[in-house]
Design a protein around this ligand. Structure first.
Ligand code: GLA
Length: 665
């Protein structure tokens, strides 16, 4: 049995005292503690209760709520309430509101109704943060802070009018210095898009046909910087008024609207919100369609979930991420863990029996130190009355609470995930890939998940990290879709290969230069010497159209071919207009695959990983293995019983390798 005193996974929940009668606060807090919870996250949407009228603070209710959690032995994560500015503020300053990509103002009446660039809002954000932190920043129950809530949720990473539109030209001027430099970097000569004055530049929306991808890229970079700066202002106030408490944010599933590596700077660690069933509806892996959604309807797909865990674990090493304050865990948190049906997907099934426990164990195995469930009690009001909680609307326990209360976290010791493989991720590449997909069947995430899923099906633990991160220590580096290349990035990858790492690059790698256009020297640009190839042709395949590839494989959706410049041929196309041309190459420890084929990706990866001396597993569909702190978690995501090392693992259950600890008795 594990050492019960060793640091292990802790549990928590998201609670809303302002949503229920005060007579319930103490009993709810006591029931949370009795269920084995250690944290309660509160107040992210409570601004109108904290400040019902301009300058009139009402802290009395929050004082009593914090005391109720404190009395029950819970630690509180307090949130800055800036995701929901109150009506009195918005009606006094409508310039705070943001604009969608059709140029329409997004009205008050739900949440996230603000523009990150609004000077008025930035001032009020700092003011309410300071008022809150001055009052609770040193309270013994307050463990730390969450900034705002889910930057980017509801497509709010960017505002395309108002304050953001006004700030954009100044950001460009600071970046490029002169209009000649801007026009040159964007290639504005192309359709007479050259600017002769900074004031002529607007957000990249409502253009007759597609906007300049360089314009879109820089607007995404600009908007990312706005979010980073907005948060940094809150973090500075929290550091000043609440020393020794952690500061984090709750990021989201596959959020693409901003650069997480830049926005996470300055946080102590990161958290994210894990909704496996809703996620499946929007991100089912490529070429799987309805069959996969049916198979995983009650559990979610393991790789979609663990990819996000691995991405957020990889954020911990972002520059500027400290670990200030006592009790700050080494890992990340799941701040909102689905524990029943959500309300926002096309279909919102109940989780399979055991799924909440499986999600909890998987989160731990991929590096989470805290799993906090959303939400304590189902909401009886407003937009989320159809969303589940650990308690039903009537306050009675739901299935999720039964699984949480039965979950034994003692075997889930905190510690490192021993990944020897790095998968490189880059938001600027994501934006460029998706702004000119050239194939309606593909996206940046689809391509990345094809490589990630192949690694996981081979039993490989993966660090998902920034394409600009230090790569020393990795045996294999996989770059599925890093389409933007810089000389510095190329040099860092070459250095890692020189040090003995193997590198595998996916289609479209290094097609783009930093300005967003194509490299004039041809694809791979500064990476050409390392990969030993140049791009020859690229073929975008409609569904049903495939190209045969040597070795019995079929390319679907995308087929690019290469000229050899020092590399050797591994696979060639055997049908279509690229027949006889090169599909997969190898130069020393560097492999490039231009044919989009999940089977071929897995086959080539298998060889690269084997050569690197990594232990591989040929896992059956729906079975996953994850390792952490010297333990191995075997997970069965299917509806059938599977056998692992002579032990039966039931449907939607898990066990620790070598010891039956499936937490479900
Ligand atoms: C997001 C938000 C929560 C809630 C949940 C519902 O994660 O952060 O406030 O709306 O979704 O699943």
């Amino acid at each position: 049995m594990s050492d019960p005193s060793a640091p292990h996974l802790l549990l928590g929940c998201c609670d809303y005292p302002e949503h229920v009668p005060e007579t319930l606060w103490a009993s709810y807090a006591q029931r949370q503690r009795a269920a084995g919870l250690s944290f309660s996250r509160i107040a992210e949407f409570a601004w109108s209760r904290m400040e019902p009228r301009p300058g009139e603070y009402d802290w009395a209710w929050l004082d009593r709520a914090v005391e109720a959690y404190h009395a029950a032995g819970l630690r509180v994560v307090l949130c800055t309430p800036t995701a929901t500015p109150p009506a009195w503020l918005i009606r006094a300053h409508p310039e705070i509101l943001a604009y969608d990509d059709q140029g329409r103002m997004r009205e008050f009446g739900s949440r996230r109704h603000y523009d990150f660039a609004s000077p008025v809002y930035r001032a009020h954000s700092q003011r309410i943060t300071r008022a809150l932190a001055e009052r609770y920043g040193k309270h013994p129950a307050v463990a730390g802070w969450q900034t705002d809530n889910e930057f980017g949720c509801h497509g709010t990473s960017r505002s395309y009018g108002g304050a953001s539109a006004a700030a954009f030209p100044g950001w460009l001027r600071a970046r490029y210095g002169t209009l000649d430099a801007l026009n040159g970097a964007w290639g504005n000569v192309f359709w007479s898009m050259e600017y002769s004055d900074w004031s002529q530049i607007r957000p990249p929306i409502l253009t007759v046909t597609e906007p300049n991808p360089a314009h879109v890229l820089d607007y995404a970079r600009f908007s990312s910087d706005l979010i980073r700066d907005f948060q940094a202002e809150q973090v500075a106030v929290l550091r000043e008024c609440s020393p020794g408490r952690f500061v984090t944010h709750n990021f989201m599933i596959f959020e693409s609207g901003f650069d997480h590596y830049r926005v996470a700077e300055g946080l102590d660690f990161v958290t994210w919100d894990n909704y496996p069933l809703g996620m499946l509806e929007f991100f089912a892996p490529p070429g799987t369609g309805e069959a996969l959604k049916l198979r995983y309807a009650g559990t979610g797909h393991p790789d979609l979930i663990s990819f996000n865990h691995d991405l957020y674990r990889g954020l911990l090493a972002s520059p500027g991420l400290g670990r200030e304050g006592p009790g700050t865990p080494n890992g990340f948190w799941v701040m909102e863990q689905q524990c029943g049906p959500v309300n926002w997907a096309p279909y919102n099934p109940v989780p399979e029996l055991g799924a909440v426990a499986l999600w909890t164990a998987q989160a731990w195995a991929h590096g989470a130190d805290v799993v906090s469930y959303f939400r304590w009690r189902a909401a009886t009001m407003a937009q989320e009355v159809m969303h589940s909680g650990l308690l039903r609307h009537d306050g009675e326990p739901d299935q999720g609470l039964a699984e949480v209360a039965a979950f034994d976290p003692a075997p889930c010791r905190t510690g490192e995930v021993p990944a020897r493989v790095a998968l490189l991720h880059d938001y600027e590449s994501l934006w460029l890939y998706d702004v000119q997909r050239h194939s309606a069947s593909l996206s940046y995430w689809t391509q990345v998940l094809t490589f990630y899923s192949a690694l996981r099906s081979l039993g490989i633990d993966v660090d998902v990290i920034s394409a600009d991160r230090d790569l020393s220590g990795y045996a294999v580096i996989v770059a599925p879709a890093v389409t933007l290349m810089t000389p510095e990035r190329a040099a860092r990858w070459a250095q890692a290969v020189e040090a003995g790492a193997r590198l595998m690059c996916g289609p479209r790698t290094a097609f783009r230069a930093p300005g967003g256009g194509a490299w004039e020297s041809g694809q791979f640009g500064p990476l050409q010497a390392l990969v030993g190839v140049k791009l020859r042709r690229y073929d975008s395949l409609r569904p049903g159209l495939t190209r045969q590839v040597s070795g019995g494989f079929e390319a679907e959706a995308w087929a690019e071919s290469y000229e050899l410049h020092g590399a050797e041929v591994q696979h060639t196309y055997e049908s279509g207009p690229l027949s006889g041309q090169v599909a997969v190459t190898r130069r020393g420890g560097v492999t490039v695959i231009g044919a989009y084929s999940p089977a071929l990706v897995r086959h080539v990866l298998h060889s690269v990983l084997q050569e690197a001396g990594l232990d591989l597993l040929d896992l059956p569909e729906g079975v996953r293995v994850s390792r952490r702190a010297g333990q191995t978690l075997v997970q069965n995501w299917t509806q059938d019983t599977v056998t692992w090392a002579g032990q039966a693992v039931g449907p939607v259950q898990f066990l620790f390798q070598g010891a039956r600890a499936d937490n479900l008795g």
